[in-house]
Design a protein. Structure first.
Lengths: 509, 172
């Protein structure tokens, strides 16, 4: 059992007082940013990333990944108590979580949400523990064409599985790639698309884009709705927790199914949001209490939360094993790896043994600590939402500004952040998805390098993408997904499809 | 969307498809810009492999196609979205945040992060939050003193002090 040995080694790495403290800080901050509007997992990690440059990579990733788990937990609090999803992936949690809170069962709903989050994440981590080394070993055989094919698959699956106009998904993605091209071309040394502006020579930093698009954009959106929180209060005491835990084993089938859905959607870059909706929909269809969903069923909280956490966690598998993140937050973490001087990809497992297994071990422990932290501190975090928006909004903008500045110590970046904020606001309102843009911006250079190397080795012949069975099948799958919107239209003509009943509620992620 | 009922009365403003079309047109223009500038860089096969503009040229084409496609759908599509994009009240609220933010960033450039942030938070609380000036000033100072300790002392990440550097007497 190689994986188990490595895992115990990982536990030995992380169980130092400093790392444990960083873990708790990460979780607490994570829950906080998950609760606050305008600060989510992706830009929370983006803002804190510059502060970790002086830490060892292992400590840094422990803190930032714990921030991510915390944000996943935190989204549930606002969904249940305030009917405001703190994160897009907790929209589905509001369907049954808020009705439960209205009936005075908020404590139960929150316990169920947190516990199933933990279960989802746990199943996904177990999967990562045993699957990631195998995937990495397999990926060692990859050459440039294979890597480009995987990049292609990643981006095409946005088009094939995303919600909303395929044209807009494509536009958002290509815009990300174009922004990634700006600056010095690493191969030829030529300046690209800087148009004589000195500030553009550094190119567009994805951290600035993330902080602007998600942070400022979100604040503008919240402001437009004229936010007034009116929440239910929650009391969680050990009796409620124990009573809820007694009920939960009944739903083991739902949990398991949701975890599997989540893991699948997390590995493929479907992401946590579609996973939670798909799992909720499946549970509603299959479960005996399905017709009562939406009126405050525990099972309706269990299903989306398990899937969202499983997806959020599983998104780290392709990031670690292939260097291709499955979600925007994973993309920011991947950018962090590059900044810390680690090359993500299959070699990470052999060269950075401590780092990888420290991270995996911290996923186990982080989620456990997270569960304990959220169960004990819910009233505290709920009270944060009672702070008037007129205080929270300027403070969040200040934090975003500081975060943007610390990336490169450049004043220009703060202006850029404001521009990205406006873009984020417009794109969100017009249903352009932001995740493909961020992923393309992070991966743009790598994808381009892989493409160039592939083209070089074939002397510009595109047929290298089909030169052997492996690269051919990945490319074919990618193309299938790219044209899926067209194909599904043709299928729909022949056979009328079933109506997706949650289509309207699901946000474009 | 049920915002119609919220704001009361008739919502006036630009219909969504117009905004959609404008954004798509901007994308189309950006795509053309990317395509043309990469063509100039050398989007073809050079003696030592693909030129600098090889990859961005393709990307530019994709932006053009998707921007053009969205533009066409927005203007001539079957399901034209005539819902109001934002009403005047919403524009006002958004600008209430965005315009002060512009002044705030300009303030950072001159007075540095800490001073600008303190003024910004206090002003925001007084004008938009209708807080008493005393409370606002206390909150603004508390937040910024915390930030100062966090960044300058604990994390040792110096933040921008502005052109005038009014806090230079502190020695950081």
């Amino acid at each position: 059992m190689d994986a188990l040995n490595s895992l115990f080694h990982g536990f030995a790495v992380i169980l130092t007082p400093t790392n444990f403290l960083l873990m708790v800080i990460g979780i607490t901050l994570g829950v906080l940013i998950g609760v606050l509007p305008g600060l989510g997992g992706a830009n929370g990690v983006a803002i804190l990333l510059p502060l970790t440059f002086s830490m060892s990579p292992t400590s840094a990733i422990i803190m930032l990944s714990c921030l991510y788990w915390g944000a996943l937990f935190g989204g549930a609090i606002t969904s249940v108590l305030f009917n405001i999803p703190g994160e897009p992936w907790s929209v589905a949690t509001t369907f049954d979580g808020y009705p439960m809170a209205q009936k005075g069962r908020a404590g139960e709903a929150l316990t169920a949400a947190f516990t199933s989050s933990f279960v989802g994440a746990f199943v996904a981590v177990v999967m990562i523990t045993f699957l990631a080394p195998l995937v990495a070993k397999f990926a060692l055989r990859f050459g440039a064409p294979e890597f480009f094919a995987v990049y292609l698959l990643t981006f095409c699956s946005f088009v094939g599985m995303g919600k909303g106009s395929p044209m807009k998904i494509l536009a958002s993605m290509a815009l990300g790639f174009a922004l990634a091209c700006v600056g010095m071309d690493t191969v030829t040394g030529q300046l690209r698309m800087t148009f004589g502006f000195e500030e553009l020579m550094r190119g567009f930093d994805f951290l600035i884009a993330v902080i602007g698009l998600f942070g400022i954009g979100e604040i503008l959106l919240s402001m437009e709705e004229g936010l007034a929180f009116s929440g239910k209060s929650a009391k969680i005491n050990p009796t409620v927790v124990l009573q809820t835990w007694k009920q939960l084993p009944k739903f083991w089938v739902t949990s398991l199914r949701s975890a599997v859905v989540g893991i699948w959607m997390g590995i493929t870059p479907g992401g946590a949001t579609p996973a939670s909706f798909m799992s909720y929909g499946l549970a509603k269809k299959i479960s005996k209490s399905g017709p009562k969903f939406g009126t405050g069923e525990i099972e309706g909280v269990v299903a989306p939360e398990t899937a969202a956490h499983a997806a959020g966690t599983a998104a780290l598998l392709p990031m670690l094993a292939l260097g291709i993140p499955g979600s925007p937050t994973a993309a920011v973490l991947l950018g962090g790896l590059l900044i810390w001087g680690l090359q993500p990809g299959p070699l990470l497992f052999t060269e950075q043994h401590d780092f990888v297994w420290g991270l995996v071990a911290s996923m186990y422990l982080g989620n456990l600590v997270g569960l304990a932290v959220v169960l004990t501190t819910v009233p505290l975090f709920a009270s944060i939402l009672r702070i008037p928006f007129a205080i929270i909004a300027p403070v969040i903008i200040v934090i975003c500004g500081i975060g943007a500045y610390t990336v490169n110590n450049a004043m220009f970046d703060i202006w850029l952040m404001l521009v990205f904020g406006l873009v984020g606001y417009l794109f969100k309102k017009l249903d352009y998805p932001l995740a493909p843009l961020v992923l393309a911006l992070v991966l743009g250079r790598n994808a381009e390098d892989a493409f160039r190397q592939a083209m070089l080795s074939s002397q510009g012949d595109v047929s290298i993408m089909f030169s052997n069975g492996l690269v051919g099948s990945i490319t074919a799958l990618a193309l299938l997904l790219l044209f899926w919107p067209l194909i599904s239209k043709i299928i729909a003509k022949i056979r009328p499809p079933k109506v997706d009943e949650f289509a309207a509620e699901r946000p474009v992620d | 969307m049920d915002q119609n009922s919220e704001s009361g009365g008739i919502r006036t403003g630009v219909p969504t498809y117009m905004v959609d079309a404008v954004v798509a047109a901007v994308l189309l223009a950006l795509g053309l810009l990317v395509t043309v500038s990469s063509w100039k860089l050398g989007a073809t096969w050079t003696s030592d492999g693909p030129g600098s503009g090889y990859f961005p040229f393709g990307i530019g084409i994709i932006i053009c196609i998707s921007g053009g496609g969205t533009l066409f759908q927005a203007l001539f599509g079957k399901k034209k979205n005539t819902e109001i994009f934002v009403d005047n009240e919403q524009v006002r609220r958004v600008l209430q945040v965005f315009i002060p933010a512009i002044f705030y960033v300009a303030g950072i450039a001159v007075f540095g992060v800490y001073i600008a942030s303190a003024v910004y938070i206090a002003a925001f609380m007084i004008w938009l939050g209708k807080f008493s000036p005393l409370k606002a000033v206390i909150a603004a100072l508390a937040v910024n003193v915390t930030f100062f300790f966090m960044f300058e002392i604990w994390f040792q990440v110096p933040l921008y002090k502005g052109v005038l550097d009014p806090l230079s007497f502190l020695g950081y």
